[in-house]
Design a protein around this ligand. Structure first.
Ligand code: 13P
Length: 250
């Protein structure tokens, strides 16, 4: 449906001093990939990552941004700063930031708008907890997250968004959603986007699955019609594993 995008989310892993060589390794390992290949790195790793990816097929993303342009926000990073460095993607609304850093649907919406204004591509994360899944309210919950994230965003901008469906119970647990579970939710997200916008817009949007996606299970998940890529945590920290996943996205 949407363009295939495989993005690594390094989270709080790797040192600036090892980033250049590692990204070079990713560039080499993913050479034959036909999908978009992205490494989202900690802020302090962005400079060497961008240097290593320069002139190659690999794009670099950040793991967060602030929604204000500038000012008294100690410790924060603005969209202009990221763009100035050469960053192209930015993750927002990750469940870890929702849990530990007060990220809300409202701040995700503000961040998405700021990303568009500045020319960054937002990777908007959504996903249910195990408790919500067991209560049968997965899609109700995700519909709220998506509707709030996209509030006031035009169809033209919406087409550029990457959505990452990441069931919280599958993140870092080794417990992947089955191909069918992931497809069911990604398909429902696409239908919701068609309702919010139109069919053409919904078909253009890349919907990724994330949550213990790895070299072994990627091909099955990526074979599903509504799964257009992956947001990869642990397996993005090993270039050969990451390359198997990018190779499966075709
Ligand atoms: P894992 O692939 O380590 O489960 O992490 C998924 C994730 O949270 C990507 O954003």
């Amino acid at each position: 449906m949407g363009k295939y995008i495989i993005a690594g989310n390094w989270k709080m892993n790797k040192l600036p001093s090892e980033t250049y060589d590692f990204v070079k390794e990713v560039v080499e390992a993913t050479k034959g990939a036909t999908c978009e290949v992205v490494c989202c790195t900690p802020y302090v790793c962005l400079a060497p990552a961008i240097e290593a990816a320069k002139g190659t097929h690999v794009k670099i993303g950040a793991e967060n941004l602030h929604y204000e342009d500038k000012g008294a926000f100690t410790g924060e990073i603005s969209a202009d700063m990221l763009v100035d460095m050469g960053v192209q993607y930015v993750i927002m609304g990750h469940s870890e930031r929702r849990e530990y850093n007060n990220e809300t649907d409202e701040t995700v919406n503000l961040k998405a708008k700021k990303a568009f204004e500045k020319g960054l591509i937002p990777i908007v994360c959504c996903g249910e907890s195990l408790e919500q899944r067991e209560a049968g309210i997965t899609m109700d919950w995700i519909a709220i997250q998506i509707k709030k994230a996209f509030a006031g965003i035009s169809a033209d901008d919406a087409k550029k968004v990457v959505i990452a469906y990441e069931p919280i119970w599958a993140i870092g647990t080794g417990k992947t959603a089955t191909d069918e579970q992931a497809e069911e939710v990604c398909g429902a997200i696409r239908k919701l986007l068609a309702d919010l916008y139109d069919d053409a817009t919904a078909k253009t949007i890349t919907i990724q699955y994330g949550g213990s996606m790895n070299a072994k299970n990627a091909a099955g998940l990526l074979s599903k019609p509504n799964i257009d890529g992956g947001l990869i945590g642990g397996a993005s920290l090993k270039a050969p594993d990451f390359a198997v996943i990018t190779g499966a996205a075709k």
